[in-house]
Design a protein around this ligand. Sequence first.
Ligand code: URA
Length: 227
Amino acid sequence: MTRRECLVDKLVMKACMDCPLSLTRTQVVLPDGPLDAEIVLVGEAPGEEEDKEGRPFVGRSGKKLDYLLSLSGISRSQILVTNTVMCRPPGNRNPSAEELKACRKHLDAVLSAYPRKAILAVGDFAIKQIVGREQKAPLKAYHGRRVEDTNPTVIALYHPAAGMHNPNLIPTITKDYENIRVELGRGEVIHDDHRLISPAQAVIMLFGAERFAFDLETTWKKDRVGD
Ligand code: URA
């Protein structure tokens, strides 16, 4: 184990009893992905599925996140994914100030273990924790952009669950994630006009939408009833 890997001591994280979440968790949800990744994504807090599996973003928000990241051309396997707190708040409530403070040392260890190019701060909680100051404007006004004067670069993003709560936000959220590469100076991902998606991706994309329109092309034979 290198000295830097020691900074992210997963055994210490697993044994942590420093806040009340340790009494209600099933297990600690450890950072997931390459520890030396250039990009770290920080979400809010583990939910029920994450608490069961011990991995961040594996539930409904996680599926949505995987889809959104695929639009950015950044694969989840290339980035390190973690949360502002590593244990599930009961009933998925917001983490308290005490819990955020207790977990801060683990988050700091993750962020500082290796040189990072960018932090994707997902949702208001993560942005507040990472940027460390109240933003002049709410996320509504600066989403999808680099936060000024941050090193490493911090990109403020809507939480994937925001689109489930408010379907009107879906086009904005989609555009923001598509734009991550541009914000990172890596150039735009060129998508074809037509994108091939699996039925599962279609369900994730449309989740929560009241109405939608689509143009469906299939490989079915023309003489099938209904074609
Ligand atoms: N799962 C996580 O790990 N983090 C979130 O913020 C939401 C779901």
